[in-house]
Design a protein around this ligand. Structure first.
Ligand code: FMN
Length: 157
């Protein structure tokens, strides 16, 4: 199984590392060809423009052997109550039919919004579980919460 994440400040990456360790998966980082700005406000502005335009930024990193994975943990931050555009690119780039996608996200306290429904709409042939979300301030102490979630969905190994 594959654990993917797109993380600009490294918050989601922390959770991805915990999931990877728990399920013994392969870690993969979703990266765009053009990195997002270092500046937060500039990233918010760009993200808003991309979301409004439905732009799917080209990705730098590719999973060459996606066929080998039947379960993909997909981690992402919440951007504007939605999926970051690179996640839309990632979900559009591969055929997830018959696979199980297990989403998780980090956010600043406003919750996951409708992101799981948005993922489902992008990969109609896949099974998308309800997923896990956590506020960024809780991330460093999240081992227990991550383990409890994995146990709950029967994916702890
Ligand atoms: C462009 C942008 C938009 C964001 N929009 C939201 C939001 O709508 N709701 C929220 O709770 N947090 C929002 N955040 C905060 C991030 O979701 C949060 O800091 C997350 O943990 C960042 O993860 P990362 O370090 O893996 O990128 C936003 C951050 C950025 C950069």
């Amino acid at each position: 199984m594959r654990v993917g994440d797109s993380s600009t400040a490294g918050t989601t990456e922390v959770i991805a590392g915990m999931v990877q360790a728990a399920v013994d998966g392969d870690l993969f980082r979703i990266e765009t060809v053009t990195p997002y700005p270092e500046d937060y406000e500039a990233t918010v502005k760009q993200a808003t423009e991309e979301r409004t335009a439905g732009y799917k930024p080209p990705l730098k990193t590719k999973v060459e052997n996606m066929d080998d994975y039947d379960v993909v943990y997909l981690g992402h931050p919440i951007w504007g109550m939605s999926l970051p555009a690179p996640i839309v690119s990632f979900l559009s780039e591969y055929d997830f039919s018959g696979k199980t996608i297990i989403p998780f996200c980090t956010h600043a306290g406003y919750g996951p919004g409708q992101t799981v429904s948005a993922i489902r709409a992008l990969v109609p042939g896949a099974t998308v579980l309800d997923g896990f979300d956590i506020e960024r301030t809780e991330v460093s102490n999240a081992e227990e919460a991550v383990s409890a979630w994995l146990r709950e969905i029967g994916m702890d190994v």
